[in-house]
Design a protein around this ligand. Structure first.
Ligand code: FBP
Ligand code: MG
Ligand code: MG
Length: 332
């Protein structure tokens, strides 16, 4: 059994997230527990947001908030509520120095100068599906700051390439709620058990099938796709592959992680750099994909190698089963 296998945490399915985090920490003799606590803080905020999502149709939290975010998108009430919940939990937790959020134009400095971690977060992914009771999610990336603890946060602390992530994950609020994450030692999934208020280990050491028969792309923009994307979509159709597009990145990604498949948000005339954001959507899912044996590129280069230049920059996104991503980007 290789070193990597030995360092994978072997815990029986059914263990809870807390125990898994603790066991994980024991594998790192010099671990100080800060990253573990940070993961717990994210998981906790996810429980609160999950409760609000489950009762969204009842309460007065559906609909638009009446503001536009830095992307020029109309913020939904739940976008704002989720943003507040995660920011508050990370601030109170004390392990995070600064946050990059889809819902905030500037870096959120949490005035925790002694903290060494930076979090990039999409508090609510799939906003167009909030009011129609379709699966939505939260996406997060964790980095270690570069500048010394105690000093003011620098741009270099936040604009780090995805390869510098120390942890990444997502929460899927679907028919069940799942917390899926990696710290660079494989991907594990935990299903939320509301009656216990616990995330239970349900998907251990997740592996993305090398190939698949499902493609996810918004064909509504077909006529503004580049030729290689059109060709790939045509090839999928000729092979009788299934088209699946939920319109929530986390949900489409999760399905492909389990069953095999590819998700593409290419550059289009309307969105020459694609729609998805490198810092708080693509980097996290690229790390999960690679840790599970999949692949993620912008059509030309590995997502995790891209040096960010802007907090909210967009990139074309090809992610999923290795064989499919390779084929889809061959002529890119
Ligand atoms: O409606 P489109 O253009 O296909 O875009 C859908 C994509 O946009 C997103 O909703 C963008 O994420 P946000 O909802 O967090 O802004 C993805 O979840 C989804 O895959
Ligand atoms: Mg999103
Ligand atoms: Mg969002």
């Amino acid at each position: 059994m290789g070193k990597a296998e030995k360092s994978r945490i072997a815990l029986p399915v059914g263990s809870n997230l807390d125990r898994f985090i603790m066991k994980n920490q024991e594998a790192f003799p010099y671990a100080s527990g800060e990253l573990s606590q940070l993961i717990r803080d994210l998981a906790y905020a996810g429980k609160v947001v999950n409760r609000e999502i489950n009762r969204a149709g009842l309460a007065d939290i559906t609909g638009a908030y009446g503001n536009e975010n830095v992307q020029g998108e109309e913020q939904q009430n739940l976008d704002v509520a989720a943003n507040i919940r995660f920011t508050r939990a990370l601030k109170k937790g004390g392990e995070v120095a600064a946050i990059i959020s889809e819902e905030d134009e500037e870096i959120i400095d949490l005035n925790n100068p002694r903290s060494k971690y930076i979090v990039a977060i999409d508090p609510l992914d799939g906003s167009s599906n909030i009011d129609v009771n379709v699966s939505i999610g939260t996406i997060f990336s964790v980095y270690r700051r570069i500048s010394p603890q105690g000093s003011p946060i620098q741009t270099e602390d936040v604009l780090q390439p995805g390869s510098a992530q120390v942890a990444a994950g997502y929460i899927l609020y679907g028919s069940s709620t799942m917390f899926v994450y990696t710290t660079g030692k494989g991907v594990n999934g935990f299903t939320y058990e509301p009656s216990l208020g616990e995330y239970i280990l349900s998907h251990q050491n997740m592996k993305m099938p090398k190939d698949g028969k499902v493609y996810s792309i918004n064909e509504g923009s077909y006529y503004s796709f580049e030729p290689h994307v059109r060709d790939y979509v045509e090839a999928c159709k000729k092979r009788g592959f299934s088209a699946r597009y939920i319109g929530s990145l986390v949900a489409d990604f999760h399905r492909n992680l389990l069953k095999g498949g590819i998700y593409i948000y290419p550059s289009t005339e309307k969105a020459p750099n694609g729609k998805l954001r490198l810092m708080y959507e693509c980097n996290a899912l690229a790390m999960i994909a690679e840790q599970a044996g999949g692949k993620a590129t912008d059509g030309k280069q590995r997502i995790l190698d891209i040096q960010p230049t802007d907090l909210h920059q967009r990139v074309p996104f090809y992610v999923g089963s290795t064989k499919m991503v390779k084929e889809a980007t061959e002529e890119a």
